[in-house]
Write a protein that binds this ligand. Structure first.
Ligand SMILES: Cc1cc2nc3c(=O)[nH]c(=O)nc-3n(C[C@H](O)[C@H](O)[C@H](O)COP(=O)(O)OP(=O)(O)OC[C@H]3O[C@@H](n4cnc5c(N)ncnc54)[C@H](O)[C@@H]3O)c2cc1C
Length: 358
């Protein structure tokens, strides 16, 4: 019998294991032979681990109260202190993103692995969890490499997006089997395909205001860089718009009809790219309407929008339904905008849970 099992050696699983009291022996079961795959990839391997502009306005969620208290306790100053104390140098960009100064996310992952081992954790790679059952107080975890038992189980398997980095849906499946609410999920932080053909503008970018409309009702606004692709639009404003879109669909309990949405694009009057100015008739038209055809696939989405509702968890992220079951990171229904908010969410939930595990 293991003291505590964590499924998934990603950002949340690693941050959790290094913050849990050292007398608790921890075992991480990881499907792949690689640890921290998505952290390694983050921000072009430069690791955008947080943001000095952390506020609930940069997150989409189902429970505001929980989020307020969460980020009051653990926010970017805490992660900066953690890095400084461990001689990991960071740099803050003018757009508030906090990155590793070395420009190498491997520096952080290597440190987390070393620290996890020091803090009484064994990491078993090539152990894919297939299912979990519970009898009395004991969870039995069935893996591709044998069975494990524990009274405390942490789900840190992340979202379904970016399957090429090992992502699976197992966390939601396990939570669902234990009675948690599972709603449709959406790709987030990715591009949008438009019905209008914008291919003549491919590769060009400009500054713009993006309004997201549902049946002509404004539901979200973003301002900033807009990139044109051969299928539609992309860039930070569109990335954030996709998270707002997925969140809205779930709040409204609506299905994946992305084509019900339109984008109102107001190009910055000072744009110097003639092609863009001409295409959008900049001198005469202020807002141009683009019709969404589809969202780009999960293989391009940096996050999964929506997860296990926070109101089904206690403040320490333990399931209200299943004692001894904890859920962290991207499996939760908190999704951040682009800018380091998603790794910060993993750190915040993992640290808070680790310090309050009973
Ligand atoms: C390309 C890319 C770039 C990104 N850049 C940034 C960025 O710059 N800043 C930012 O804040 N966020 C970024 N993100 C998002 C961020 O990386 C994720 O939100 C975060 O890593 C989620 O952490 P997690 O621990 O919840 O899940 P993950 O990091 O996905 O970890 C889950 C782990 O569980 C394992 N697993 C899955 N199924 C099983 C199973 N059946 N059995 C055992 N193990 C399993 C997986 O292999 C994985 O190791 C990026 C994402 C991608 C894909």
């Amino acid at each position: 019998m293991e003291d505590l099992i964590i499924i998934g050696a990603g950002a949340s699983g690693l941050f959790f294991s290094i913050n849990t009291p050292s007398h608790i022996k921890k075992t991480i079961l990881e499907k792949s032979d690689k640890i921290g795959s998505k952290v390694l990839m983050s921000w072009g391997e430069r690791c955008n681990l947080s943001n000095t502009n952390i506020s609930i306005d940069n997150y989409f969620w189902s429970n505001t109260q929980a989020l307020h208290s969460l980020f009051n306790t653990f926010s970017y100053p805490e992660i900066l202190d953690f890095c400084e104390a461990n001689h990991i140098q960071t740099t803050t960009e003018p757009n508030w993103r906090i990155l590793l100064k070395s420009g190498k996310s491997k520096e952080l992952v290597d440190f987390l692995i070393k620290q996890a081992h020091t803090n009484n954790t064994q990491i078993l790679t090539n152990h894919e969890v297939l299912s979990v059952s519970k009898a009395g107080e004991i969870f039995t975890i069935h893996t591709s490499n044998g069975e494990f038992q524990t009274k405390k189980l942490v789900l840190a398997t992340g979202g379904k997006s970016y399957p090429q980095a090992g992502a699976t849906d197992i966390g939601r499946q396990i939570a669902s089997a234990f009675g948690h609410t599972i709603s449709p999920i959406h790709p987030g932080l990715c591009g949008l395909e438009t019905k209008e053909n914008l291919s003549s503008l491919t590769g060009n970018s400009c500054s713009a205001t993006i309004n997201l409309y549902h049946n002509n009702k404004l539901i979200h606004q973003e301002k900033g860089p807009l990139l044109f692709t051969h299928r539609g639009v992309s860039g930070p404003t569109i990335f954030n718009t996709t998270v707002a879109l997925g969140n809205y669909l779930n709040q409204k309990k609506s299905n994946n009809e992305y084509s019900q949405f339109t984008l109102g694009i107001t190009i910055d009057k000072n744009t110097t790219i003639k092609k863009i100015a001409d295409f959008f008739h900049l001198s005469t038209v202020s807002e141009n309407i683009l019709h969404i055809h589809d969202i780009r696939p999960r293989t391009e989405a940096k996050v999964t929008v929506w997860g296990i509702p926070l109101n089904e968890l206690k403040p320490n992220f333990e399931s209200k339904k299943i004692p001894g079951l904890y859920i962290l990171g991207e499996l939760l229904d908190i999704t951040g905008k682009t800018g380091g908010f998603n790794l910060q969410r993993c750190r915040t939930s993992a640290r808070h849970c680790a310090q309050n595990i009973t």
